[in-house]
Design a binder for this molecule. Structure first.
Ligand SMILES: Nc1ncnc2c1ncn2[C@@H]1O[C@H](COP(=O)(O)OP(=O)(O)O)[C@@H](O)[C@H]1O
Ligand SMILES: O=C(O)C1=C[C@@H](OP(=O)(O)O)[C@@H](O)[C@H](O)C1
Ligand SMILES: [Mg+2]
Length: 171
């Protein structure tokens, strides 16, 4: 683990960052933050509303601010949003301030895991599979660029992933 002892989860929508982050923080007995939830609480509105009113760029501004603050805390587990790596400042902060874990998942699993959830504005489109594939092409190299640990979650349940992560982080 890097000096701050924090763990930052990155990866695409449906990779399990929010789910695994919560479980991992309980296992490590540290505080948990989800940058999406922090943004929603601060704004007093949900993510679809922010995208509607401020556009994706408005959301990204809020996200950059939240990431800068949250990554300065010590010993936390942080679940980020899938688009966090699109801004260079976010990549720099995540990479310098904690252990970055890339949760990988196939587009098929992402689709299955996100199908019923209306809280992801980028997927409320006619062809979410196409969108997920395009996002994967743009973002996978950026996730890899800053990852200290890469873990495949496709055929694994969240509890297995948490135990594996605990082992890798401590090691
Ligand atoms: N490893 C996994 N196996 C099966 N289902 C999972 C797994 N990880 C997450 N899920 C489920 O997928 C959905 C999306 O997970 P979530 O944690 O919100 O992903 P993210 O924050 O990366 O977008 C949730 O319903 C969650 O229960
Ligand atoms: O991939 C993205 O650009 C986004 C992912 C979402 O978070 P999850 O990855 O937790 O779904 C959320 O930040 C927002 O809807 C945008
Ligand atoms: Mg999430």
């Amino acid at each position: 683990m890097k000096r701050s002892q924090s763990v930052f989860l990155i990866g695409p929508m449906g990779a399990g960052k929010s789910t695994i982050g919560r479980l991992l923080s309980a296992e490590l007995k540290v505080e948990f933050f989800d940058s999406d939830k922090v943004i929603e609480e601060r704004c007093g509105a949900n993510i679809p509303w922010i995208f509607d009113m401020e556009g994706e760029s408005g959301f990204r501004e809020r996200e950059e601010q939240a990431i800068d603050e949250l990554t300065q805390m010590s010993s936390i587990v942080l679940a980020t949003g899938g688009g966090v790596v699109m801004r260079e400042a976010n990549r720099r902060h995540l990479s310098a301030r904690g252990t970055v874990v890339y949760l990988c998942t196939s587009v098929e699993q992402q689709l299955a895991r996100t199908a019923k959830d209306k809280n992801r504005p980028l997927l409320q489109a006619e062809n979410p599979e196409r969108i997920l594939r395009d996002l994967f092409s743009a973002r996978d190299p950026l996730y890899r660029e800053i990852a200290d640990i890469i873990i495949e979650t496709d055929q694994r349940n969240p509890r297995w992933v948490v135990q594996e992560l605990k082992r890798l982080i401590k090691g």
